[in-house]
Design a binder for this molecule. Structure first.
Ligand SMILES: [Zn+2]
Length: 69
């Protein structure tokens, strides 16, 4: 993820970072790939925190997974 917030492709304004919650929990994106190591062998999937950017003009939302590579 870059330093500056993304811009809405329709309105060209900066999108606002927000938190998307589901049932009181911060949203996570879950990969089909298993986590490496012992947890992966137990069937634990890779999970990433999700960052959401919302356009204040039109409400368009983008979700970015916090992939750290
Ligand atoms: Zn917009």
């Amino acid at each position: 993820m870059g330093e500056t917030p993304p811009r809405c492709p329709d309105c060209s304004v900066e999108m606002e970072q927000m938190t998307l919650k589901a049932g009181g929990y911060n949203l996570r994106v879950v990969s089909e790939e298993s986590t490496e190591g012992i947890l992966g062998s137990l069937g634990v999937k890779e999970k990433f925190a999700a960052h959401v950017f919302v356009c204040p003009e039109c409400g368009l939302s983008r979700v970015y997974a916090d992939i750290d590579e």
